[in-house]
Design a protein. Structure first.
Length: 258
């Protein structure tokens, strides 16, 4: 399994497939390559792009070096972008969007961004977010996963069907990283977005709840160079077969110049 080494010495595991301009896919909270909806999307994109999938620090095949800080995850991406060796597009899903925004704000070599439902609550109470992080740090395993998913709006009926499945058990195995994503949310706000000049496509699912679609609209409104689209899908998700051509069209607009 290939790895890159971040500035603090953390080894980040990744895989590379396809041919064309580089594109890095960034997973959501609790997800990594062995437990991710991004695999199907990657397969559909490899005819047009060199697709990189990686395990964010503390997950899957990647190491973890405490203490966590959002800046360390940006450095992980910097190492992967250097490995790609060319201006790189980023696709972020959910909290993966926030990391993509931080990477662009830090002036990494990012040419375009695509974000699916960034969880950016610009009107939220900062004290509430800090309390949420503290509770995630206190809880472990199943309790942390249950608290996190319930808090972001996953209904009990769906939770009941998830428990004791391979997907659930994989999330439990990286439950400590849920606090990392909450810290990333704490660190993301209008001042970060104002530094992102990268052309950005913000997407949301037509099947999502109002809070998610409103956060997508708020994100697009705060970015200097963004457009927004609604796509057919379910709550907090769009099928890979719907996403792939939309991503390809947006990312190809300047690919000929790379």
């Amino acid at each position: 399994m290939p790895t890159v080494t971040a500035q603090d010495g953390t080894r980040i595991a990744y895989q590379r497939e396809g041919a064309g301009p580089p594109l890095i896919l960034i997973d959501a909270a609790g997800h990594f390559r062995a437990n991710s909806p991004l695999g199907e999307l990657a397969d559909l994109l490899t005819t047009d792009f060199t697709v990189y999938r990686y395990d964010r620090r503390g997950r899957g095949g990647s190491d973890d070096t405490p203490p966590y800080a959002p800046e360390r995850e940006v450095e992980d991406l910097a190492a992967l972008i250097a490995e790609a060796g060319a201006p790189t597009a980023l696709y972020g899903y959910s909290s993966g969007c926030l990391l993509a925004l931080h990477a662009a704000a830090a002036c990494l070599d990012v040419r375009r961004l695509v974000l699916l439902e960034p969880p950016l609550n610009v009107d939220g109470d900062e004290a509430d977010q800090r309390a949420f992080t503290a509770e995630l740090r206190r809880l472990t395993g199943t309790e942390a996963v249950t608290f996190f998913l319930t808090s972001i709006g996953v209904r009990e009926q769906l939770l009941a069907g998830m428990r004791d499945t391979p997907h659930w058990n994989a999330m439990v195995s990286v439950a400590h990283t849920l606090a990392y994503d909450s810290l990333l949310s704490e660190a993301t706000g209008p001042t970060v977005l104002a530094r992102v000049s990268t052309p950005t496509l913000v997407l949301h699912s037509a099947g999502s709840t109002d809070d998610l679609t409103e956060m997508a609209a708020a994100t697009a409104g705060l970015l200097p160079a963004a457009e927004q689209r609604s796509l057919p899908g379910e709550w907090h998700g769009v099928p890979a077969t719907t996403l792939a051509p939309v991503l390809t069209d947006f990312l190809r607009r300047d690919a000929a110049r790379q």
